[in-house]
Design a protein. Structure first.
Length: 156
């Protein structure tokens, strides 16, 4: 029985550490512009604490008498459900952010490529056109027909 008491004491400390890690991951999940590297690091710390606690839980469950087993099993299940929910949320954010950043990077690459293509097309399509001199009508009605006929010749 002394062994189970030591395991229960260890479990208490491990649950406190897990709750602390859980709160840290949830804080990061709640941020709008979460740092993915930091979230992944905290998630790994969280998973390490989960593994230790699961090991302790299984050792306790093996040593418990039949009458206490069901109550302890319920508590273990509640912790496991909470862990799965938090890990799922964190993974979705990590995968979603990576997808968004890869899309953004590819969009930037496509934008740069399109700009360079536009520059090439503009360079190929730029021509040096001759300067045109437009004649001005001086307002003398006697030369209007001549002016108009010359203007029509130049535009055709």
């Amino acid at each position: 029985m002394a062994n189970i008491e030591a395991l229960k004491k260890s479990r208490k400390n491990e649950r406190a550490a897990l709750t602390k890690a859980c709160n840290r991951v949830e804080e990061l999940i709640a941020l709008e512009d979460v740092d993915i590297c930091e979230l992944e690091a905290e998630l790994n710390v969280f998973k390490g604490k989960v593994d230790r606690l699961e090991n302790t839980h299984s050792n306790i469950l093996e040593l418990l008498p039949e009458k206490d087993y069901d109550a302890e099993f319920e508590i273990v299940e509640d912790f496991q459900d909470k862990v799965i929910r938090i890990e799922t949320k964190a993974r979705r954010i990590i995968n979603g952010q990576q997808n968004v950043s890869s899309v953004l990077n590819s969009t930037i690459d496509v934008s740069v490529a399109m700009n360079s293509v536009r520059n090439v097309v503009i360079d190929k399509n730029s021509f040096k056109l001759p300067k045109l001199e437009l004649r001005k009508f001086d307002g003398d009605i006697k030369v209007w027909l001549y002016f108009w006929s010359q203007l029509e010749k130049n535009t055709c």
